[in-house]
Design a protein around this ligand. Structure first.
Ligand code: GDP
Ligand code: ZN
Length: 467
């Protein structure tokens, strides 16, 4: 591939923008370039994998900063290439000066700024990590809850990849058996029995289902669940959000290089991040800035997984089943139904039940809550987790992405088709083998054995610069 030719040396600030105690500039590439950078900035050659304290020099040999320089010789580095890391003081000006000095000192060698995710892409291309692990690097950095971070670390350490490898091994084993038989047609008849092909297929399917279940949980932890809060002013939307957040606040920090929706607030249930969108701001307006805000809110609403419709218990008329809807609710609900994917679940929450004189029996799908006392919130949490398919018992979850789920589902479909071929009277073993091959191809896409440059581009460009 194009990547086989020796790639240029890249350099970037690896730490977050802004100020910090320490900031890191990292360069990765060929030996000669990295040696030149060491000479230029540190004034000497560095011992691999040792920390060297000293000045980082500019072109006039004047110190830009003092700090630690680390040299990792290939292939014993993050990228698998020769890597130089300069740990200086974490101020934006110092970091920029160090970065520019690296570009200048390496100009003759064609050193350039790294693109987003390029260090990790090289780690992948140099077989330091597979694709699922590379993705986990970004997911770990982006994790908004402890559970998400832990599951990203599991993927990063290769747990997900191991499960995929186990599956691939089983598929390959069966494929080999079938393909060997194809050369001896007279043996086809009882081949499937002899090889316990159905038993093997069963085990592959069970394993696939298990991986898919875990991966689904991992995708939930990664993506979170988009929850839209609807209701009239004063029904208690903000209070509910605070009550849910008070229990368990997700760790939300603005991350450089990523765009975070400011209209959503993140809380968590059992480690699943809930991106809660308060529709309070959705109203007609002529104000330009507010209009932009409203457009963004609708944009977020379109990705809703669940809609929570809050009503005030005190405004219910007489019998419990008569929830008073004013025009605002009717309009908003109609518009929501229009904008959200068909079948998006809606839960009606009857709030302020602490103000009711007599306890009422919940009707239909309503959940009776009090944002004030916390009554009913556990029911709400359980219902939300059930709706999105979260399983507490899933155990050690590894983080996963939509593209992994798709590959697992397609692999499963191919295995099922293989099964169907084997069950027919005139067992079509060539078709059987072909389906197994296709299943294997899907699985290999997860770990990146066979991936197009386009896919890699999409994956790595979503990383932050310097990773
Ligand atoms: P929002 O406009 O929908 O966001 O409603 P707020 O959360 O701002 O609440 C409006 C008012 O209702 C505030 O005075 C809250 O303290 C009160 N409130 C909210 N939830 C409850 C509840 O469960 N019980 C009681 N008694 N008051 C509540
Ligand atoms: Zn509010």
């Amino acid at each position: 591939t194009a990547h086989a030719s020796s790639p240029s040396t890249i350099v970037a600030i690896a730490t977050a923008s802004g100020r910090g105690g320490v900031g890191v500039v990292r360069a990765s590439g060929g030996l000669a370039v990295i040696q030149a950078l060491m000479q230029a900035l540190c004034g000497r050659a560095l011992t691999p994998r040792h920390a060297h304290y000293g000045a980082f020099l500019d072109a006039q040999n004047t110190p830009i900063d003092h700090g630690l320089a680390l040299y990792f010789n290939a292939p014993h580095s993050y990228t698998g290439e020769h890597v130089l890391e300069l740990q200086g003081h974490g101020g934006p000006v110092v970091m920029q000066l160090l970065l520019r000095r690296c570009l200048q000192a390496g100009a003759a060698y064609g050193v350039r700024l790294a693109e987003a995710g390029e260090f990790t892409e090289r780690a992948f291309l140099n077989d330091k990590i597979d694709l699922a692990q590379a993705e986990a690097v970004a997911d770990l950095i982006e994790a908004s809850t402890e559970a998400a971070a832990k599951s990203a670390v599991r993927s990063l350490s290769g747990e997900f990849s191991m499960r995929i490898h186990t599956l691939v091994t089983k598929v390959v084993h069966l494929r080999m058996l079938v393909e060997a038989t194809l050369d001896f047609p007279e043996e086809e008849i009882d081949f499937l029995q002899k090889a316990d092909a159905f038993g093997q297929l069963d085990r592959i399917q069970t394993e696939l289902a298990g991986v898919l279940t875990t991966a689904k949980q991992g995708a939930l932890l990664r993506n979170g669940v988009n929850v839209v809060l609807v209701g009239q002013p004063n029904v208690g939307k903000s209070s509910l959000l605070n009550a849910l957040a008070g229990q368990d606040v997700a760790i939300v920090t603005p991350i450089a290089g990523t765009t975070r929706d400011t209209v959503t607030q993140v809380v968590q249930i059992e480690g699943v991040p809930l991106n809660v969108i308060d529709t309070a701001g959705l109203r007609d307006t002529d104000d330009v800035v507010e209009k932009i805000g409203i457009e963004r809110t609708w944009g977020a609403v379109e990705k809703a997984d669940v809609v929570l419709h809050l009503v005030d218990a005190m405004q219910m008329s007489g019998e419990a089943e008569h929830i008073a809807h004013n025009n605002l609710d009717v309009q908003l609900l109609a518009e929501l139904a229009n904008k959200t994917p068909a079948g998006t679940p809606l839960i009606t929450l009857v709030n302020k039940t602490d103000l009711l004189n007599d306890p009422v029996d919940a009707v239909g799908d309503c959940i009776y809550i009090s944002a004030k006392t916390g009554a009913g919130l556990d029911d709400l949490r359980t219902r939300l987790l059930t709706i999105v398919g979260f399983e507490k018992s899933a155990g050690d979850v590894f983080i996963a992405r939509e593209r992994h789920l798709t590959a697992l589902r397609l692999a499963d479909a191919h295995v099922q088709t293989a099964y169907a071929h084997a069950l027919t009277q005139d067992q079509k073993l060539d078709l059987f083998a072909e389906e197994l091959r296709l299943a294997q191809e899907q699985l290999n896409q997860i770990t990146g054995e066979f991936t197009s440059d386009d896919l890699l581009g999409v994956i790595f460009s979503s990383f932050c610069i310097g990773k």
